[in-house]
Ligand binder design. Structure first.
Ligand code: ZN
Length: 349
């Protein structure tokens, strides 16, 4: 019965067969005045199959939505067809209006794509059904980071088409298979897909970068988009573990004047995508159970493989490349503290 009740308050998917009038001018804070909730918008184009683009799965990550507003204006898509059909999914409208990743009583909209019994899982299933019917040729999911990271593209398969789609966005590529409930993994079963991480939300550099990328995807023939560019040099990483802290833990950064469970070094975000040597101190724990935990891709606790806690100093036990380290405590609790990656040499295809 619980599921039945839940489905009555289900976030309904709204379908649009053209661009709603004010979509390109509305502010993210007022998005609900144009889109009643999660929406799949068909943007007619001169050629098909469509390019699938998803934005605002995380409400506080606005770059993808702003880039699409610019694309609509630039190509005058309210009155003209796009160079190629687009299927645009705008995800968590309510969270976006509040400027948060997700609301406290709902799941993360980028962790609902592998089944489940919450209304949001049914929403995700409906989106995938609608999208698979239209057979997109490529799929792009656009995100931002709260911590300082380079712009990078993530892939969930290492076929040539996936790698080359990622290469067009960035020299830095991350291959990951966990978390497996993300939209890009669901889409990777339909077509080559990428997740684009475009730096801080709304940052102008990220906005123009992703805007140009979308333009390329709309105008280049697929064989060109999926073939290797002339410069094949890339830094490819594989995410091998995820670092979390318990929900109840209190965190601090820098000098940490108040009582905290873990006090991290202040320049933590500078370590993202760098080689952090063995013996590097990340911070100090209060020595209680509210400490860092490292979980590998097989869901095993591998904390002691990566960190020592001698004298409560949190020190790396092996060389590692972190990503997504952030000082935003809300995001650390809603998502994670960061990921551990290792270089992933490609046999160049
Ligand atoms: Zn995100």
């Amino acid at each position: 019965m619980e599921n039945l009740n839940d489905s009555m308050t289900s976030p309904e998917l709204s379908l649009f067969s053209s661009i709603p009038e004010r979509l390109s001018t509305v502010s993210v804070k007022e998005l609900g005045t144009v889109l009643p909730g999660p929406s799949l918008i068909e943007i007619p184009g001169k050629i098909s199959p469509p390019l699938f683009i998803s934005v605002l799965l995380h409400g506080n990550e606005t770059t993808g939505f702003l880039a699409m507003q610019e694309i609509i204006e630039k190509f005058n898509l309210l009155s003209k067809p796009s160079p190629r059909e687009i299927l645009l999914f705008v995800g968590n409208i309510n969270a976006a209006m509040l400027g948060v990743r997700r609301q406290t009583d709902e799941p993360d909209y980028n962790r609902i794509w592998n089944g489940g019994n919450r209304p949001e899982h049914f929403l995700a299933k409906e989106v995938i059904n609608q999208v698979s019917r239209r057979k997109p040729f490529a799929a792009i999911d656009i995100h931002n980071n709260t911590g300082k990271n380079p712009h990078y593209a993530c892939i969930n398969r290492t076929n040539g088409a996936f790698i080359n789609l990622a290469r067009r966005f960035s020299k830095t590529i991350v291959y990951f298979t966990e978390p497996h409930e993300v939209i890009s993994i669901a889409l990777s079963r339909l077509c080559p897909s990428v997740t684009l991480e475009c730096g801080f939300s709304g940052d102008s550099g990220g906005l123009s970068h992703v805007g140009k990328y979308i333009e390329h995807c709309l105008t280049l023939p697929p064989e060109k988009l999926f073939s290797p560019p002339a410069n094949r040099h890339n830094d490819v990483y594989h995410t091998i573990a995820r670092i979390t802290v318990p929900d109840r833990s209190h965190l601090g950064f820098g000098t940490c004047p108040g009582p905290v469970d873990i006090c991290f070094r202040d320049d933590l975000e500078e370590l993202n995508f760098t080689t952090v040597p063995k013996g590097t101190k990340l911070g100090k724990s209060a020595g209680n159970s509210n400490n860092l935990k490292v979980t590998d891709n097989n869901d095993r606790d591998v904390t002691t493989e990566y960190f020592s806690f001698d004298g409560n100093a949190i020190t790396t036990r092996k060389t590692m490349t972190p990503s997504m380290f952030t000082k935003n405590e809300t995001i650390i609790h809603q998502d994670c503290f960061g990921y551990i990656m290792e270089p992933y040499p490609l046999n160049d295809e």
